[in-house]
Write a protein that binds this ligand. Structure first.
Ligand SMILES: [Fe+2]
Ligand SMILES: [Fe+2]
Length: 262
């Protein structure tokens, strides 16, 4: 796909160029985009915290190990919420955004009040969705709004560990519990594989182009999806799991970058 004129141009702001002081002098569109993306991230951090906090009591009867794992992840996600929340006043937001934010993207997390119900739910979310989260943070590490870049750099190491924890524990889980466990994991993967790709965003969308224009986001979904697949597919192989093909995904109406097939 040929880049548009807008995409071909260099971003108008460099990494961390905009401070809390100069934010107020930026175009209204820039301010809106920063508010949108910070609000989105806050809701996703909160979603993750809720998912792990809800999961912990499921495993009380199984001893402390799984409970501890979930509580630890919940604590770190709450820490991410706090870190993001600290920059809200500087961009003219407060917690009322929880009541008003337009959040169709969060439906995949919140749309199912029964989630999570099992260890497989926790680990597959931990693997596929957190890999999307990790790549999102990576694309925002040098974002043009300095306070937000600082937040993302501070939490990225923890997100990297989260995304690693999923497959590491899945390998052990399947080794210990065999085909019955693999079958349950496969069901979760069938559901979460497309959801996690959707979390990366629509490639070359108008919004992504505006993010590029203002130096807010380094990589588009076009660049991110191959990285996501490189991280995920080797583990799927190792675990003996199947994943939907790019043709299967396109058949469901999902927009994928034209050159990416697997
Ligand atoms: Fe997080
Ligand atoms: Fe996380």
């Amino acid at each position: 796909m040929a880049p548009t004129e807008l995409e071909a141009g260099a971003p108008i702001y460099g990494p961390s160029e905009i401070t809390e002081e100069t934010f107020k002098e930026t175009p209204e569109e820039y301010q809106d985009l920063v508010r949108w993306v910070v609000g989105r991230q806050l809701l996703e951090e909160l979603s993750a915290a809720c998912i792990f906090a809800k999961a912990a009591p499921l495993f009380y009867r199984e001893g402390p190990e799984k409970v501890r794992y979930c509580v630890h992840l919940a604590e770190e996600e709450v820490g991410h919420c706090r870190a993001v929340a600290r920059i809200l006043p500087g961009i003219g937001l407060d917690y009322s955004l929880f009541a008003h934010h337009d959040r169709p993207y969060a439906q995949d997390f919140h749309g199912d009040p029964e989630f999570p119900q099992s260890w497989e739910d926790v680990l597959v979310f931990n693997w596929l969705a957190e890999e999307s989260g990790r790549l999102f943070l990576w694309s925002m590490r040098d974002t043009s709004y300095a306070p937000y870049a600082n937040v993302n750099r501070a939490i990225i190491a923890e997100e990297e560990r989260h995304a690693e924890g999923g497959p590491t524990h899945l390998i052990r889980h399947i080794e210990e519990n065999g085909d019955e466990a693999r079958k349950k994991v496969q069901e979760r993967v069938d559901e979460w594989f497309p959801k996690a790709i959707r979390l990366l965003g629509v490639p070359r969308s108008e919004k992504q182009q505006r993010f590029h224009h203002y130096g807010l986001k380094a990589e588009d979904t076009e660049e991110q999806l191959p990285l996501w697949l490189d991280a995920v597919l080797p583990y799927a192989d190792q675990l003996g799991l199947t994943v939907p093909t790019s043709d299967d995904m396109r058949a469901t109406g999902l927009v994928l970058p034209s050159h990416v097939d697997w």
